[in-house]
Design a protein around this ligand. Structure first.
Ligand SMILES: [Zn+2]
Length: 598
């Protein structure tokens, strides 16, 4: 591949995704959009009639599915065409025409949810028993379980009227930290580089300690200067969470947040308890860092410094596909063959081109192939992992589509990251086995350790903090700059342990995490990776039965609540075992790294 970045029009067809499974031409997409527009007015014909009979409700749901299926397909095509070249004006136009039709459609259908939820218990009972509605039973159950939390029409109107202003803390936080605040520049190798929210992490990984320290101090100085505003915003967001939970009859903000996934608070508490009981390997890892870096005191700005040199390996895209396929062999022939055809066929948009969105994603739709956007580079081993990860999402979609009706095929984030990180686990194991150099082994060990650290330990610390803040506010205690910082400092000391110096400004971190504005979400990262680690262990050490359990998890798609589908796959997240086994694996990785470095 030449090193010059190509224009989109010059990318050969075999390196691009083939979107024919959605639309074979732009013209056929336009026809589809007209078809969707023609279907929309028909939705309101069902308004006020859903209580008449099970047949009538089924007619409505069938009609709505037809609309949604078409809309999904149109939307994916428009989105994928836009992401392959974000500046392309015809793609921008297509996307905005789609958005305006989709908005009309959801406005037209907005009566459905509340109308179904307001049906009498008696009607609902008879509908649920009626074979006519059998294939909609799961999706109806999901709607109806909200019933105790739905208010009167008048109250719902009042809530809807303030929904936009209720988002002010989050919007103001984002405007402040991404726009108004500036952090200056950092001089690296004689060059002045901007310090921003997105470059901060890069500076912290710099091998030069002075660069790291300066970036750290300068970055938090910016937050220090806005600490009162930031704590008011975070406090306001917490109060909003509590308000929303109380008006909808939830015992706490946390229970309200866990309700959509039907996750009991025990799962959350077990996670925090298990992680808290297994901090020793984490602290040992920091002690090892201190030794390897040869510093008198390890500061937080040293905890991401590179421990080892870069690994120089090259894998062409095709070689990366071979590695991923070899890694997923334990999942059986159908999985492997399908993935092979997809990755070498038309699923993947492989390389960077001018105007293409950065990073990677997988986007599956019900009536088309599960597409993957990559910016694959053959000298970056991380991209091989990205391929394994996105391939995991794609195969999850592939199985879900084939085993569920449209209304039940979308799985939750809780489940999605299990299917993708599971494949990364398999790839790590394979590359460890194949490794022929010390630097590769060290890289793989570090990678797995840092991954589990960032996803399990760190997200659990965040989860613990969110819980503390909400509990305090629910008891009527004020969240002030000082109390927020003090609580955060206790957690930093707990998680970083005795070998890390917690500098004075370090506890301002609690005021700068965007995820805290979508409270009780990050725990899913920790449970997801724990489940993936436990499941990969189970499949690798098990036989056909264990593999089948995992395949059934992929096939269940969105037809069960996440804990139920994971339980069927072989991990019970309501018990501490999965998290404990993931942490045991973390400890053994630290053991191996200690040995390799000694
Ligand atoms: Zn993912």
């Amino acid at each position: 591949m030449s090193s010059r970045i190509k224009e989109r029009k010059d990318v050969p067809a075999e390196h691009r995704w083939n979107l024919d499974s959605l639309y074979t031409s732009e013209e056929s997409w336009e026809e589809g959009l007209k078809e969707l527009e023609a279907l929309i007015p028909g939705i309101s014909g069902f308004k006020g009639t859903l209580g008449e009979s099970a047949e009538r409700l089924k007619e409505c749901l069938d009609y709505f599915n037809k609309v949604e299926l078409l809309a999904e397909r149109l939307g994916y095509y428009a989105m994928l065409r836009k992401e392959e070249n974000v500046g392309d004006s015809s793609s921008i136009g297509r996307m905005s025409r789609y958005m305006s039709v989709a908005t009309k459609s959801s406005a037209e259908a907005s009566f459905m949810r509340p109308e179904i939820q307001s049906l009498s218990d008696q009607t609902i009972d008879s509908y649920m028993k009626d074979p006519v509605l059998a294939e909609f039973r799961i999706s109806l159950e999901r709607l109806i379980r909200y019933k105790p939390h739905i208010l009167s029409e008048k109250e719902e109107t009042l809530l809807a009227m303030q929904a936009e202003s209720a988002g002010t803390p989050r919007k103001a936080f984002s405007a402040l930290t991404n726009g108004d605040m500036s952090f200056g520049t950092i001089s690296v190798d004689g060059e002045e580089k901007d310090l921003t929210n997105s470059t901060f992490g890069v500076f912290l990984q710099h091998k030069d300690r002075e660069v790291r320290e300066k970036a750290f101090k300068q970055f938090y100085k910016g937050f220090e200067g806005h600490k009162n505003t930031l704590s008011e915003l975070l406090g306001g967001s917490v109060l909003q969470d509590i308000y929303k939970a109380r008006v909808r009859n939830f015992p706490s903000a946390r229970e309200a947040s866990l309700f959509p996934d039907n996750v009991p608070t025990d799962v959350y508490d077990n996670l925090v308890a298990s992680v808290s009981a297994n901090l020793e390997p984490l602290h040992r890892y920091y002690a090892l860092r201190k030794k390897v870096l040869g510093v008198d005191a390890l500061h937080i700005y040293d905890t991401k410094a590179p421990l080892i040199g870069e690994v120089k390996v090259k894998h062409s895209y095709e070689e990366a596909v071979d590695l991923v396929l070899e890694a997923v062999k334990p999942l059986g022939e159908e999985y492997g063959n399908t993935l092979k055809e997809g990755l070498l066929g038309g699923w993947v948009d492989r390389y960077e081109n001018k105007g293409k969105r950065s990073g990677a994603f997988s986007a599956g739709s019900y009536k088309g192939d599960p597409y993957i956007l990559l910016n694959y580079k053959d000298d970056d081993i991380r991209d091989v992992f990205t391929l394994a990860h996105e391939g995991g999402h794609s195969m999850h979609s592939w199985y879900s589509v084939r085993n569920n009706p449209f209304q039940d095929y979308n799985y939750t984030i809780f489940e999605a990251e299990v299917a993708s990180t599971f494949n990364e686990q398999l790839l790590s194991r394979l590359l460890m086995e194949k490794s022929e150099s010390k630097e590769m082994t060290l890289y793989l060990l570090s990678r797995q350790i840092d991954d589990a650290l960032a996803t399990i330990y760190r997200q659990t610390m965040f989860a613990e903090y969110e819980h503390i803040c909400h509990e305090k506010a629910e008891k009527g205690e004020a969240l002030t700059v000082d109390s927020l910082r003090a609580d955060y400092r206790v957690l930093l000391e707990k998680y970083f342990g005795p070998d890390v110096v917690i500098d004075e400004e370090a506890d301002l971190e609690g005021l700068r995490i965007p995820h805290f504005y979508s409270a009780f979400y990050v725990y899913k990262y920790a449970t997801g990776l724990s489940a993936a680690m436990a499941l990969s262990e189970r499949v690798l050490s098990g036989g056909d039965a264990e593999r089948e359990d995992y395949m059934n998890f992929l096939k269940s798609g969105g037809s069960r609540f996440p804990l139920d589908s994971l339980k069927a796959a072989g991990v019970d997240m309501s018990r501490p075992d999965a998290v404990n086994s993931a942490l045991k694996r973390f400890a053994s990785l630290v053991d191996q790294l200690e040995k390799e470095l000694s």
